[in-house]
Design a binder for this molecule. Structure first.
Ligand SMILES: [Zn+2]
Length: 549
């Protein structure tokens, strides 16, 4: 039904036509469509109980779809596959946005407006080999291809192996789809006695640098943390600036040490993610007055390949201590210079800026105020969680702020915490038997690509775009659970992360999908012949290779 090039392309076009911008109610329609298309397969007409559509239980009423296909030959060997159903927004297509969900039409319209395009997109458009559209590469083709695996293998008498396709919403936002699917996947594995060997994602390959046109298979996925700093200063009238301490000065010293800090880039082999950058920095003063702001808040995007939260916290502490020292030195120097200039004396007031983790400060507050503190905080969190005007990051900030209000006697301080979301890094460990077998399958697939189709495919250890693969394994699980949980203030309220379930699942991950360019941009496009003729065949090599491990 979907195994041939044109059928697979038509299925993709049907999925693209259903708008499913991330974090919108359209994602529900998309899940219904995927479920409906799968239910039309003969396998699900005969086995309706192997097809599931399950609620994410969120405000947008979104769903994930799980489709289990058991081969006619009985076995417990199972390959999991994951695909996301949501897309980036369509707004950036501007005046052409009404066509972006109709790739043939959109590609034609781009030809009529070719001056809108950059040189590389222009060249690709005029070559006639590429199809443009929202979600065409990221990742409705990959989703369609995974659906086609069920169609293809369920009709094969001699095939031995089970496939569980997991189609999820919200990947482009907070990965709530994958996160909520993991416990359900564990449940299916248990109920059907499955032995999951690996999980395959089919995100398109992304170029490593502008103009990179190589094709890749990925054996892992980059992690991502959002370290936050809540900074408490010493609030005074601006007319007494040398007597107080501006939290924005402390923040600026942290910013200059954190932003683009190459020492915070991890390296595995030749692979290095981008250095961190600040996503938000503001003080907490609401209105104009002539006081210094009392506190400020900042958080950073930090990609990880192998560091666990314990190690990261120790690096962040070091940065904060350096920043604090630098501020103290500056204040001291300014006082001395001001004294010299004005003749007014300043007492040496032993200025101190303490550095805490959220967990350390929480324990201090609890030791001082006990249950009264805890129940007050819980009550407040209950209100914030139900307040739609606050996002998950605002809730973290509110929690840290309230905590700092309790321990005012600590004076100026920096509180290190983790905001949401969290993506654990997942990577292959060549010394582990399961991973090394997957690597053999991948190397064999690359060999076939060269010999049969004259295509060069390269291996990358980490998919640099963040992906749902992060939730299929948990490396350094003990450190993550011990250090991340107590330092992530808003974890477990709106945003639940089933760390124990992830640890339980723990399967090797890989990603192989179509070839495209410019994900999320209005020039998002897919290389048609390679993606629809060769990619599905190579994916079947991977599927069969893994299931015969
Ligand atoms: Zn994607």
């Amino acid at each position: 039904m979907w195994s041939k090039k044109d059928d697979l392309l038509n299925l993709t076009l049907e999925l693209v036509a259903q708008k499913s911008v991330s974090a919108t109610r359209d994602e529900k329609c998309m899940a219904k469509l995927v479920h409906k298309k799968l239910s039309e397969l003969r396998y699900y007409k005969e086995n309706p109980k192997h097809l599931f559509i399950e609620p994410v239980n969120d405000d947008l009423d979104r769903y994930f779809v799980c489709a289990l296909m058991k081969s006619k030959k009985k076995t417990d060997k199972t390959l999991l596959t994951i695909a996301h159903m949501d897309t980036a927004d369509i707004k950036n297509a501007g005046i052409l946005k009404e066509y972006i969900l109709n790739p043939y039409k959109y590609t034609e319209k781009l030809k009529e407006n070719i001056d809108m395009l950059d040189e590389d997109s222009k060249k690709d458009l005029l070559s006639g080999k590429w199809l443009f559209g929202r979600g065409i590469m990221d990742m409705k083709m990959g989703l369609a291809m995974q659906m086609s695996l069920i169609d293809y293998y369920s009709e094969k008498e001699d095939f031995e192996g089970n496939i569980l396709v997991i189609a999820v919403p919200d990947e482009e936002s907070n990965s709530q789809g994958a996160i909520s699917a993991i416990p359900f996947v564990n449940k299916i594995i248990k109920e059907h006695n499955l032995k999951p060997l690996a999980v395959l994602n089919s995100e398109p390959d992304f170029g490593l640098y502008p103009g990179d046109d190589n094709k890749y298979i990925y054996l892992g996925s980059c992690g991502k943390l959002l370290p936050g700093f809540y900074i408490v200063g010493e609030e005074v009238h601006v007319g007494e600036s040398l007597s107080g301490l501006n939290p924005n000065l402390i923040g600026a010293e942290i910013l200059s040490r954190m932003d683009l800090n190459i020492d915070l880039c991890e390296k595995v082999g030749n692979e290095v993610p981008m250095p961190p950058t600040c996503l938000k920095y503001e003080d907490t003063k609401k209105d104009y007055n002539i006081q210094m702001p009392p506190s400020s808040i900042m958080y950073y995007n930090l990609q990880t390949l192998n560091s666990n939260p314990k190690l990261i916290i120790s690096k962040l502490k070091e940065i904060c201590n350096e920043a604090a020292k630098s501020v103290i030195d500056k204040v001291k120097k300014s006082k001395q210079q001001y004294t010299k200039l004005s003749g007014l004396e300043f007492e040496d007031d032993n200025l101190d800026i303490k550095v805490f983790t959220f967990d350390e400060l929480y324990n201090k507050a609890y030791a001082q105020f006990g249950e009264e503190f805890r129940s007050h905080l819980d009550e407040k969190i209950g209100n914030w969680v139900n307040d739609d005007s606050l996002d998950d990051r605002d809730i973290s900030t509110n929690i840290v702020k309230l905590l700092c209000d309790y321990v005012k006697n600590e004076g100026p301080c920096i509180v290190i915490f983790f905001a949401l979301p969290y993506y654990p890094h997942v990577g292959i460990n060549e010394n582990e038997e399961a991973s090394s077998k997957i690597l053999d399958v991948v190397n064999n697939t690359i060999k076939i690509a060269k010999e049969k189709y004259d295509i060069d495919i390269r291996i990358q250890k980490y998919f640099k775009g963040i992906s749902d693969l992060s939730y299929f394994a948990l490396q350094d699980a003990d450190e993550v659970i011990q250090y991340l949980k107590p330092n992530m203030p808003s974890l477990g309220y709106r945003y639940k992360l089933p760390l124990e379930e992830i640890r339980k699942l723990n399967v090797p991950v890989l990603n192989y999908g179509p070839h495209g360019k410019d994900p999320h941009k209005f020039t998002e496009r897919i290389l048609v012949d390679y993606s629809y003729e060769i990619t599905p065949r190579l994916v079947r090599e991977i599927v069969e290779g893994i299931l015969s491990i």
